[in-house]
Design a protein around this ligand. Structure first.
Ligand code: DC
Length: 235
């Protein structure tokens, strides 16, 4: 699997510069886990935090979406042989599916396949193998609770359901009330499933993004990461 590695270093604050001076020989690898429901801002924020820290970004939702797309095309597809690459483009068995995995149909099916034990086990194995070495910002629903409970920093992003749906409608141009209804269904399914339901880890920092700009959320998380890098942990 190929992944998106950010090399550009951008400074937000003086404290973040400390993060830039981490040296692989001196510091052990670090994982920043960002979990939360759809529309809380995880993708925008996780991507930017990874870029700021020069960590690798892992979008685990994209992996479930790839499984959903593969299932739509072939109900009997073999999970273990699916080649999923997360780079600038997301590819499934070599095909660029960056747009195809974002359709409402795939979004709905992804939430369904994510409740299946065999799918979760297969994705968990891949994710754990990736996170075993290197520095990561990983986003999903169960990163801080199941996949990387040892993560040095765990963030649980939330936002008011209306605001989450409004953001999705703005991104997609789709009808707000339709999005809200679908979101309620997915929230319920993701939160109530028996396997790895969406819950905040006990030691996660909870951030309500309803009234915050993306830049403000990115700044707060990057500062928490800088504190964790410097041995302070979340304040
Ligand atoms: O974050 P997203 O909307 O791209 O995720 C797609 C679906 O995958 C979503 O319904 C929840 C599920 N998912 C999950 O169960 N566990 C994860 N770690 C990531 C996503």
């Amino acid at each position: 699997m190929r992944l998106l590695r950010f090399h550009t270093r951008t400074s937000l604050t003086t404290s973040l510069r400390c993060a830039e001076f981490r040296h692989p020989a001196t510091f052990s690898p670090m994982i920043v886990a960002i979990d939360g429901p759809a529309g809380a801002g995880k993708s925008t924020v996780a991507r930017a935090v990874a870029q700021t820290l020069s960590f690798t970004y892992l979008d685990t939702g994209a992996m479930y979406r790839c499984v959903a797309l593969a299932r739509m095309r072939d109900a009997d597809c073999d999970l273990d042989s699916l080649k999923i690459e997360l780079d600038d483009a997301i590819t499934l068995n070599g095909e660029d599916v960056s747009d195809a995995i974002r359709t409402p149909e795939v979004t709905e099916l992804a939430s369904q396949v994510a409740a299946e034990a065999s799918v979760r086990a297969a994705m968990a194995t891949r994710q754990a193998a990736l996170l075993a070495s290197g520095d990561w910002v990983a986003e999903g629903r169960d990163i801080g609770t199941v996949i990387a409970p040892h993560a040095e920093l765990k963030i649980f992003l939330t936002a008011d359901p209306q605001e989450r749906a409004r953001r999705r409608a703005e991104q997609t141009g789709r009808d707000l009330s339709e999005i809200l209804a679908e979101q309620q269904d997915r929230d319920r399914r993701d939160g109530e499933r028996s396997l790895s339901p969406l819950v905040a880890a006990g030691d996660a920092v909870q951030l309500d993004t309803t009234t915050l700009s993306a830049d403000e959320v990115i700044r707060q998380i990057a500062e928490l990461a800088a504190a964790a890098i410097n041995g302070g942990g979340p304040q």
